[in-house]
Structures are given as C-alpha cells and as structure tokens.
Write a new protein. Structure first.
Lengths: 119, 119
C-alpha cells in the first residue's frame, strides 16, 4: 500500500474531511490526497507547523512530558489535526468545523502501522 | 461565580483531569485549580504556549482560517487542552493520557459564557 492510498483511506472515511498529507518534519511533502480544493492550504499550514512543532517539542522537553503524538487546532472555519508517524514524519488532515474529529483521531492512529510498513 | 470556581467545576467533572488554569495571552495567570501536583507544570506549559499561540495565529492568518478556538496536544504522558475565552484570555487543562478528552472539550466550551460573565 503506497502512502497516497493510506491517506486516501483516512480522508475518504471521515465525514467533513477535505484533504490529507504526509510530510517530513523538514517541511517536505511525501504524499497527499484531497477531495476538495484545500490541499494547498493544508500544505502551507503543515510547512508552518513544522516550525511550531519544534517549539512545542522544546517546551515539552522542559517538563519531561514525553514525545508529541498528536496536535489539533480548531478555528472558526476548520479543524487541523496532526498525528506523528515517527520522529521524522507526520500525517495531517484538514476537516470542516463540524467534521468528525473523533473518527479522524481514531483512523489516523489506526493507520500508523500501515505508514510504518512503508517507511 | 469566581474564575477559580468555574475552573474547579471543569476539573472536578473530567475523569483523569489533574489541573486547570485561566491565563492571559501575556502569560499572566488569572486563576487556577488543581487536584494533583501538576499545577506548576500546567503554568509553565501555558506560559510557553502563549508564545506558540502567537505563531499559530500568524500561520492561520496566512490562510484566512479565522480565529483559534481550541488547541490540543497529546504526548506519551499527558494531554494538554487550551480553549480560548476571548482574544485576551484562555483556559487550559492538563489530563492524564487516558483522561476524558471529549468531556474536557465539551465542558470547556460550555464554561465560556460563565467566564464571559465574570470578565
């Protein structure tokens, strides 16, 4: 199963999910899939979040709170969810404000072994 | 109802919730409540997140994605959830990894009018 198929399987099975991306923590996209014209937004946001992720990690190190597993941000117009695949890669999705956030968390967690088997 | 009572009402009614805090986006704590010895961690993390919040806001402005309403971070040892009360204040809680994240989101959202009535 290639990365795009794993991402498609996540995006297609979440109500209100517009697009998904797999990215390296260096900001380079590995694979993506989209149902609507939101992929460019997701790409830009994920590149921005590679910087924010470093800051979150360094804040958490102060507290010895362990590695980041998930980050979620909700705004008036969207939900953005990141799930770490490894220290080097993450998968992220963009949802509508009333999209199924719980199912997104569940499916992204469930997909991790599939990503690992392709790395 | 004072701020501490609103925070206590949130923390006491979420399974696995250790502590809660209300803070200004300038990093100054307004009120807090804790059930375990995690308040200092929550305070430090929330001060760190006032800086991270600014970066998230500026990234979202690029996409015209609206104001931040919620941020959640899950690590191996904890869940940290921020809910914006206004442009100037937020409430944040610290949960155990298997704490009731969904109820935390629900109660924090439901508490916003109570915070507003005290501002």
């Amino acid at each position: 199963m290639v990365f795009e198929d794993i991402i498609k399987d996540i995006v297609d099975n979440i109500s209100g999910c517009c697009s998904g991306i797999m990215m390296g923590v260096d900001g380079v996209m590995v694979g993506s899939y989209h149902k609507s014209e939101t992929l460019e937004d997701l790409n830009i946001l994920s590149i921005e979040f590679t910087k924010i992720l470093k800051e979150i990690k360094s804040s958490l190190e102060l507290l010895k709170a362990g590695d980041v597993q998930e980050i979620a941000v909700k705004t008036e117009t969207m939900m953005y969810l990141i799930k770490m695949i490894s220290d080097e890669y993450f998968v992220a999705v963009l949802l509508e404000p009333l999209g199924n956030f719980g199912k997104a968390r569940y499916l992204m967690k469930k997909s991790i072994p599939s990503f690992h088997s392709e790395l």
